[in-house]
Design a protein around this ligand. Structure first.
Ligand SMILES: [Zn+2]
Ligand SMILES: [Zn+2]
Length: 276
């Protein structure tokens, strides 16, 4: 059966959005309740945040973009590195992973994936905070009201040389895509969680797992500590490499980019790095 490329993209778009809608409702309910009781900043309910429409656009656009580019890179990687071109061979190659990593129990592969990808993402995140890369990452930092729904606000270049590339490297290394059954929902929930307007530090677990307070410090201005807490999931990297910051008895406040004027709507934001 042959269907045209635009047709496939349209199908993928429909499929992805159908998946995203129920997840969005669930997250909206969870964070509405949690933020009501444990707000970090008294900015009101999340749906009243500034630039909510921009965030909603990214929220639905990013999973579709990520899926199309992940598949594209996986196909390209198999062709270049393993000389695999036939669709059947491709499916067999990625179905349950390949090589020694795929022999490990699935939970070990999932853990390995989380730790290895988080390590790579830590360094990529630091790279994006410097020199010529900052203009792409500044889009993520442009939310002045930081909310769970701001989690998806990433420029495609940032997504591509970040999440997507790291996922593809680990899948090409042999880890089974089946781990995504747990890892996928975990990362979706956790990234919304760290951006949520919550005053949670998780007590002693603040050294184990990134929390809303931990990541909200990362979103503050440079003088306040914006150049700290780069880890996505495990603060261990910040502790090891000297970028960990969790002031006692204080909560982060005041977010956004202070050195540049970033457009507030999605079109302007997507074009922004190419104009500067
Ligand atoms: Zn950052
Ligand atoms: Zn963030």
């Amino acid at each position: 059966m042959m269907s045209s490329f635009p047709m496939q993209v349209a199908l993928m778009l429909g499929e992805t959005i159908t998946k995203v809608i129920p997840i969005t409702f669930a997250l909206a309910m969870v964070f509405t309740v949690l933020e009501h009781f444990w707000a970090c900043n008294s900015t009101g309910p999340w749906w009243r945040k500034r630039e909510i429409i921009t965030d909603i656009c990214y929220w639905f656009f990013v999973p579709v973009f990520a899926r199309i580019f992940r598949i594209g890179l996986l196909v390209l990687g198999a062709a270049i590195l393993f000389n695999i071109h036939e669709p059947d061979e491709l499916i067999a190659f990625y179905d349950n992973g390949h090589g020694p990593l795929s022999e490990l129990p699935l939970w070990v592969q999932a853990l390995l994936f989380l730790v290895a990808s988080d390590f790579m993402l830590y360094w990529l995140h630091r790279m994006f905070h410097g020199g010529g890369f900052w203009k792409y990452h500044a889009i993520h930092h442009s939310s002045e009201d930081l909310e769970w729904i701001s989690a998806a606000r990433f420029h495609p270049v940032n997504l591509f040389i970040g999440t997507i590339l790291v996922d593809v490297i680990l899948l090409i290394a042999g880890i089974s895509p089946n781990i995504m059954l747990w890892v996928g929902p975990f990362t979706t929930f956790h990234s919304a969680f760290v951006h949520a307007n919550l005053n949670w530090t998780l007590g002693p677990f603040k050294y184990v797992l990134a929390t809303p307070v931990f990541h909200r410090w990362h979103h503050t201005s440079l003088e306040e500590g914006g150049n700290t807490n780069f880890a996505g999931t495990f603060p261990l990297w910040d502790i090891l490499f000297g970028t960990y910051r969790m002031p006692e008895n204080r909560l982060p406040d005041g977010y956004g980019v202070d050195d540049q004027e970033i457009p507030s709507e999605i079109g302007g934001q997507l074009a922004y790095p190419f104009r500067h």
